[in-house]
Design a protein around this ligand. Sequence first.
Ligand SMILES: Cc1cc2nc3c(=O)[nH]c(=O)nc-3n(C[C@H](O)[C@H](O)[C@H](O)COP(=O)(O)OP(=O)(O)OC[C@H]3O[C@@H](n4cnc5c(N)ncnc54)[C@H](O)[C@@H]3O)c2cc1C
Length: 403
Amino acid sequence: MDFKDSPDEASYRAQVRAWLAEHAPGHELPRDRDASEDELVALARRWQAAKAAAGYVGITWRKDVGGQGGTPLQSVIFQQEEARYRVSNVPFAVTMGMCVPTIYTYLTPERALPMVRRAVDGEQIWCQLFSEPAAGSDLAGIRTRAQRDGSDWVINGQKVWTSYAHRSDYGILLVRTDPGVVKHKGLTMFYLDMKTPGVDIRPIRTLPGEAEFNEVFLTDVRIPDSQRLGNVGEGWKVSLTTLSHERMAITKPADAPGVDELIALMQALPGESGGTQVDDPSVRDAIARFYVNDMGLELLRMRAQTALSKGQAPGPEAAIGKLVMAKTRQDIGAFALDRLEQAGIAETDDLRIKPFRYFYWWAPGLRIAGGTDEILRNIIAERVLGLPGDLRLDKDLPFNQIK
Ligand SMILES: Cc1cc2nc3c(=O)[nH]c(=O)nc-3n(C[C@H](O)[C@H](O)[C@H](O)COP(=O)(O)OP(=O)(O)OC[C@H]3O[C@@H](n4cnc5c(N)ncnc54)[C@H](O)[C@@H]3O)c2cc1C
């Protein structure tokens, strides 16, 4: 593993740092988390536009699709430096991280470019219409049907957990076009204008009280065949393009409290036998564990960075990063609330406490989105440790014969 930047990387990092120091502070999230969703989305759009104008969006994309033609490592360097600020990419993480790469991979540049440009500039938001009530981890089990009707397809079914569908201009939509073949083979991908008649978006309220994701009902929705991405029956292959970007796009939330904030809180709370909470060996022990987890994540990140700098793709170890990052965020929140006793469950405007409460409620979502803890453990078991595979009883059955 290489801990040092090469001269080229160091020079790119210095350039990025200087730009961020000048521009990021004016785009940071409010500390009290009291901004409305309108304000948060407007903030994210402005930050997206600022980055686009400076050439820091689509760093690794080809120039002919509006990218910078840079290296994966430059993209990692930008993400690392951006993570030092409380700037938010929500809802552009899905737009830029998953949907737009799928669009420019499967549409001709002439058709993709106008869409990509508007998304890059923060004007257009996209969502990912994959999960359904009976298909999440087992995504190939989706039931939403598309039937051919002349030059159109008619779509009927339901999607769920669709982040920012209510703010989106377009979505990428995975549907079943052939139920008579094995489940991975009968799928096709389209892009969908979210204003199309028959699209009904209903919000789902989450534990922290927000409604950032939705149920999306699709009733006799007509999509022209020209909006198909990839060949009929090859939707699974297209979805892998999207999903391969997904875990890279899920990073530690910009304003999640970490070890430093936990130490500050423990130093402010009275200890059980005088002094403060940090004098308690069990508190010190917990802080050390969280610190070790975060250092492990940092080393994993550096390992991925080393692979990228040698022109290799990061391996399935990326699953470890997402697994540990999400669980550690929830554990830090739970530990802080536990130590606060009754004050941990009372409503408060105290900014030393509020972020811990918020992320305690929010982290379970982080542990599900982009692959649940169990699915990530399966990946680690099978592809990192080489243990025997999960049972897949429906693997060779046509979809319409699966019980
Ligand atoms: C915050 C958030 C945002 C999201 N945004 C989107 C979005 O924008 N678009 C979208 O399409 N989806 C989105 N999702 C959905 C997400 O992809 C799914 O929730 C996830 O894939 C899990 O699927 P599921 O909810 O159907 O749970 P299930 O797959 O039904 O899993 C239920 C439980 O069973 C376990 N389990 C399932 N299979 C196995 C197995 N083989 N071995 C061991 N355990 C197993 C799971 O780990 C879990 O504990 C989002 C989810 C969240 C929480």
